[in-house]
Design a protein around this ligand. Structure first.
Ligand code: ATP
Length: 236
């Protein structure tokens, strides 16, 4: 098969107009599941936007050694998909129609094959194939958003707070889905505020505070680190 995606970010700066949120960030997403943790406003969403070409950036962003394009539609063609916060589904369209739109670049027969694959991967969505996306629960909608992103068969999947606003059981289900996608060969870069659960499924993690990385490492080590225990999990 194709080599697994390895994203290397070196000296990344990005922000809004003159307001720099990220300064000289260095981070990598190796094959597997990498999580970026951090408080509100730390710049986690800004990082994913900069990678996806939604805001301008400076610095090197390499996917398997090749510079990632700065235009969103070109990042899709380079094999990058983003599930944005808020999911951005088409609420008046069915689950199937949302998936079809996720595969708009894909020839029809292949698109049908991928929808079938999505229904195999997300059996709950098969039952809901003709339900309007806007009438689904938050967790179900998040599932549709992930399945839709997978329709472009990305090498790198970026998830912005997939567990946001979900009940604990759904959080576990969504994080489990992220883990399975990583195990199936798509490199996953996930932003999360659910520190404990995210570190439990991730391979590696970074802690972002005020636009800078303050800690990083293997997820199991990070979970035991002082910065995580004191600031996010409550020291015992
Ligand atoms: P959250 O979990 O609350 O979304 P975050 O870590 O994802 O937090 P960002 O959304 O990246 O944080 O925001 C980082 C900083 O950039 C914040 O100070 C925020 O106010 C600012 N910011 C975000 N979007 C814009 C925008 N469109 N214009 C100006 N400033 C923005």
């Amino acid at each position: 098969g194709a080599p697994r995606a390895h994203l290397k970010i070196d000296g990344l700066s990005a922000g809004y107009g003159a307001f720099l949120v990220l300064r000289n960030l260095t981070l990598e997403a190796r094959p597997g599941l990498t999580v970026v943790l951090g408080p509100n406003g730390a710049g986690k969403t800004t990082l994913l936007k900069a990678l996806n070409g939604l805001i301008p950036r400076q610095g090197a962003v390499l996917l398997n050694g090749e510079e990632l394009p700065e235009k969103t539609h070109e990042t899709v063609q380079s094999g990058v998909a983003l599930v944005a916060e808020g999911r951005q589904l088409f609420p008046q369209m069915t689950v199937t129609e949302n998936l079809e739109l996720g595969g708009w670049l894909v020839p029809k027969a292949e698109r049908a094959r991928r929808i079938e694959q999505a229904f195999n991967d997300f059996p709950k969505l098969r039952e809901r194939a003709s339900q309007l996306a806007g009438t689904m629960s938050g967790g179900e909608q998040q599932m549709v958003a992930v399945a839709r992103a997978m329709m472009s068969a990305p090498r790198l999947l970026m998830l912005d707070e997939p567990s946001l606003g979900l009940a604990p059981k759904m959080v576990d289900e969504l994080l489990g889905i992220a883990r399975r996608i990583a195990d199936a060969g798509t490199t996953v870069l996930m932003v999360e505020q659910n520190v404990k659960k995210a570190l439990a499924v991730a391979d590696r993690g970074y802690v972002l505070e005020r636009g800078a990385i303050v800690a990083s490492g293997p997820a199991a080590l990070l979970a035991r680190s002082t910065v995580i225990r004191e600031a996010y999990l409550g020291a015992d």
